[in-house]
Design a protein around this ligand. Structure first.
Ligand code: PEP
Length: 249
């Protein structure tokens, strides 16, 4: 099997002022995140903080990403930010299709697909989120829902480690109730299969787990076969928790 790095990615969502970013950076610099082969660290703050955090984070061996992008290049899209702008602000990654955007902004697989393409055109790595709701899981449709999301949201031809999918069961996000290790393993296998045919080296692509990853469950989750890292919401806001998860790799 291809050797894939583990990506530990923080999603700050709509949290973080400049003062809070400084507090985080000060705390992170005391923890001195080290560059380790096979491990990549990433923080996705609100767009207002990308440019400000990119330099200091780079000095701490951490990359920076956006949380969303518009699929277009520029134009009359008040309030939106293009992939090129996110790249220009210093980001290397961008999250697309997070379940909060799918649920609250009506984002479809087709829109997520074109956002991911826009990200690639601007040399950003899209982290393409998929995941079933509780009702879909309880109805026994979790796998078919996620298979369809992967089929329709993930563009063909994204090569190597630029192909990143995050499996985030909606019911596990922000609830303190992570999926079981068995369910994570099963769904990661389903996703890897669903990706086949989408790129020549699909085995190099990363599949992250997200949903209530915390310092105390990270080691178990990251050890599950097929889990190539984690997308972390709440626990990424505190430098100590973020690094405790990263050090569980
Ligand atoms: C997320 O929002 O992507 C997430 C996984 O959140 P949390 O870790 O807080 O569940």
């Amino acid at each position: 099997m291809a050797k894939r790095p583990k990506l530990i990615a923080g999603n700050w969502k709509m949290n973080g002022t400049r003062a809070e970013a400084k507090t985080f950076l000060d705390a992170l610099s005391k923890l001195k995140p080290e560059m380790r082969p096979g491990r990549q660290l990433l923080i996705c703050p609100p767009a207002t903080l990308i440019a400000e955090m990119a330099g200091p984070l780079a000095g701490l061996n951490v990359q920076v990403g956006g949380q969303n992008c518009h699929p277009g290049v520029n134009g009359a899209f008040t309030g939106d930010i293009s992939a090129g702008m996110i790249r220009d602000a210093g980001a290397d990654y961008v999250i697309v299709g997070h379940s909060e955007r799918r649920a609250m902004h009506g984002e479809t697989d087709q829109l997520v697909h074109v956002k991911a393409l826009a990200a690639r055109r601007h040399d950003l790595i899209p982290i393409i989120c998929v995941g079933e709701t509780l009702a879909e899981r309880e109805d026994g449709h979790a796998q078919s829902v996620v298979r369809k999301q992967v089929r329709d949201s993930v563009p063909d031809g994204i090569e190597g480690i630029a192909l990143v999918v995050a499996y985030e069961p909606v019911w596990a996000i922000g609830t303190g109730r992570a999926a079981t290790l068995e369910d994570i393993a099963t769904m990661h296998h389903v996703i890897r299969e669903a990706l086949s045919g989408k790129s020549d080296d699909v085995e190099c692509g990363l599949i992250l787990y997200g949903g209530s990853v915390k310092p105390d469950n990270a080691a178990g989750i990251l050890a599950v076969e097929g889990v190539d890292g984690a997308l972390i919401g709440g626990a990424s806001l505190a430098a100590a928790d973020f690094m405790a998860i990263a050090d569980a790799v």
